[in-house]
Design a protein around this ligand. Structure first.
Ligand code: PMT
Length: 391
């Protein structure tokens, strides 16, 4: 693989010299970009000798023009180690005022950061909030380990050993890409059921949960078809099918179903639609207006009835007796797993960047604390990987 290692100025930099050496030894290509402070600890020449590649220390004076863009395009992933409080703050705020932050902001590939600093700095409100924000944006964080810190105190803030960083990077990047060769349909967003040409019945789903699942599945090598009624930014390598209504979502999912290995339905599909949507805008004439609603097809139920080898994963948006209702849906729709979320809980369900879920299969129910939707996607796809590998 091709890595950019971003080095910022911390005492743990000596471990990064070994990190670069390890990547090189196993055949990876590595280019190093350093902050000005990093060059006060070790010289660029050291990294140049180990990596056998140019080292970038500034935005200007590089051999290539627009080197920051070309480097970001060249690599498969970027790892910032050690990531200081300063660099973490700049990444969170979108500040690009040196070589390292300029390359980082141009990255469209996975960005992994390994924070290392004094324990009080690491636990500060600013660093904590910045890391939450970065995780929500899909940045992967390698947690610091605990032990004696450079300042002499004990606590969390040590850069993990290079062998451990390599292991975690491989895990994050799914070097083996366990989902490659599998086609996965993901649905996202709330369907819109027309009342007339300008109005619709909708719901509060933003699409964030489904997009997170699509993003992580693509990163793990799956061929992802995202059927969505939402217009969030499409994750890289994901095929998008835009739909509005439940019926359009049904058609789009069914047309891909025969060749799919799995379907993950995170969409909030309207259970009812207007029986006879008006062809013209309804005029404000009467004091009351009655709409007749008819039942929509249940897409997941239909998939469950026509299941061949596909793994089916549904979501259950509940407001009461969450697990009981979810188990009923699991059985009724012939699902392999259902992700139950109490959409009334703070930090869970519609619109927010986090969720609180229980993963339920025929054999067990696993409850998790509040996580980012990317992290929820990770645990769902871990389960899916296990199910697909059993075949
Ligand atoms: O989009 P976000 O803002 O990120 O919010 C995420 C979410 C709350 C929408 C998501 O986590 C979630 O819970 N999605 C499922 C919402 C839902 O419709 O739940 P349900 O319990 O009504 O339906 C159960 C399952 O059947 C779902 O997988 C649903 O996609 C599917 N379904 C429902 C109705 C229908 N007519 N056809 C279906 O396929």
């Amino acid at each position: 693989m091709r890595f950019i290692v971003g080095v910022s100025g911390g005492i743990a930099i000596y471990k990064v010299v070994d990190l670069v050496r390890r990547f090189k030894k196993r055949g990876d290509e590595v280019r190093v970009v350093m902050t000005d402070s990093a060059t006060k600890f070790v010289t660029p020449e050291l990294f140049r000798e180990i990596s056998l590649e140019p080292v970038m220390t500034g935005v200007f004076g590089n051999e290539e023009t627009a080197a920051h863009i070309k480097w970001a395009e060249w690599c498969d992933a970027m790892i910032i180690a050690p990531a200081t409080a300063n660099v973490i703050g700049k990444l969170a705020a979108g500040i690009a005022d040196d070589a390292l932050t300029t390359v980082s902001i141009a990255m469209t590939k996975p960005l992994i950061i390994a924070p290392a600093m004094n324990k009080d700095m690491f636990n500060s409100a600013a660093v904590t909030a910045n890391l939450v924000l970065l995780k929500q944006r899909g940045v992967k964080v390698i947690d610091p380990s605990s032990g004696e810190l450079a300042c002499g105190v004990e606590g969390v803030g040590r850069l993990p050993e290079p062998s451990e960083i390599v292991e975690q990077v491989d895990k994050i990047l799914n070097v083996n890409k366990k989902l490659s060769g599998y086609k996965i349909i993901v649905t996202a967003g709330g369907t819109r059921e027309a009342i007339d040409p300008v109005r619709y019945i909708g719901n509060r789903s933003s699409g964030k949960m489904g997009y997170a699942v699509a993003k992580v599945a693509a990163e793990r090598g799956a061929e992802v078809v995202l059927v969505t009624s939402s217009d969030l930014q499409v994750p890289p390598l994901v095929k998008v099918v835009n739909v509005e209504s439940a019926e359009q979502m049904r058609q789009a999912v069914l047309s891909e179903y025969g060749t799919a290995s799995a379907v993950i339905m995170a969409a909030a599909v309207a259970d009812y639609r207007v029986a006879n949507p008006s062809e013209q805008k309804i005029k404000k004439a009467e004091d009351t207006l009655t709409l007749e609603l008819v039942k929509n097809p249940d897409i997941l139920l239909e998939l469950g009835q026509n299941k061949q080898k596909q793994i089916l994963i549904g979501f259950a948006a509940e407001t009461q007796t969450v697990e009981k209702n979810a188990v009923e849906k699991l059985k009724k729709k012939n699902l392999d797993m259902i992700v139950a979320n109490d959409v009334t809980a703070e930090g869970a369900g519609f619109g927010v960047d986090t969720n609180i879920v229980t993963l339920i299969t025929a054999n067990e129910a696993k409850s998790y604390p509040k996580m980012t939707k990317i992290e929820v996607a990770d645990i769902i796809l871990n389960e899916l990987e296990n199910m697909l590998c059993k075949d």
